[in-house]
Design a protein around this ligand. Structure first.
Ligand SMILES: Nc1ncnc2c1ncn2[C@@H]1O[C@H](COP(=O)(O)OP(=O)(O)O)[C@@H](O)[C@H]1O
Ligand SMILES: [Mg+2]
Length: 222
């Protein structure tokens, strides 16, 4: 599903370039749950953002479902993100002016899917939030907001789910529920899941744990 080779990310930092990813090589199979762990600043979010095509690497290659995304033009990259990915953020990133059901419907409407609001209601039901459909994000707890974000991320049935510390802002009991839900949504769809976390308990649920340190993989490549 994902084939990463010799991935390097350097950023200019006061004249001297800062190396954030330093030759990452990694294969993640279709349907796999892969956890990426490592201390703060080790490059986890940068790696996930590159796989999502949110940024371009300095060098190296990333193929997702056979497509070399580092060479895609912006419009093709936008289509790739829409058709292939669901992304879950630590801080939910819901649109504050939309209700829960409207947030979930947003990607369906952008993709011109029929009956977007009806499908969004079903998705909210799947994450146990049918009774919060017309609440705005500020009226929801952190765990509820992350449930809405999960429903939104899977709305277009993406083959690849990326989650960057999805439980990082939640207490451990709520975080555990979110992980259960994320895994259930993933299993039902047969999608691949790449999950960034520094929570060891969470990493336990993964088929594989990849450890990053100073932009390099310590174990578990390929
Ligand atoms: N846009 C940026 N400009 C400068 N430095 C950055 C930028 N993005 C990330 N970094 C630096 O790169 C390193 C890795 O960041 P990140 O990928 O966010 O790590 P992690 O998610 O593992 O905490 C950190 O030292 C961070 O400060
Ligand atoms: Mg991070």
């Amino acid at each position: 599903m994902i084939r990463i080779r010799d991935l390097v990310m350097r950023l200019p930092s006061g004249g001297r370039p800062l190396t954030i990813l330093d030759g990452v090589t990694l294969d993640i199979g279709a349907g796999e749950v892969c956890a990426i762990t490592g201390p703060s600043g080790s490059g986890k979010s940068t790696l996930l953002g590159l796989v999502a095509g949110l940024d371009r690497p300095s060098s190296g290659s990333i193929a997702v479902a056979g497509v070399e995304i580092t060479r895609l033009a912006e419009d093709a990259l936008a289509r790739f993100r829409r058709d292939t990915l669901g992304y879950v953020f630590q801080s939910y990133h819901l649109i504050p002016t939309l209700t829960a059901v409207e947030n979930v419907a947003a990607p369906l409407e952008i993709a011109r899917a029929p009956n977007a609001l009806g499908r969004a209601r079903d998705l909210l039901d799947d994450v146990g939030l049918a009774d919060r459909a017309h609440h705005y994000p500020v009226q929801l707890s952190g765990g509820e907001q992350q449930r809405v974000a999960l429903a939104r991320a899977v709305a277009l049935d993406p083959p690849l789910l990326l989650a960057d510390e999805p439980t990082g802002n939640l207490d451990s009991a709520t975080g555990a529920q979110i992980i259960e839900l994320l895994l259930a949504l993933k299993r039902r769809r047969g999608s691949t899941l790449v999950l960034v976390t520094h929570d060891q308990a969470l990493a336990r649920h993964a088929d594989r744990v990849v450890k990053l340190h100073d932009g390099r993989i310590l174990n578990g490549a390929a």
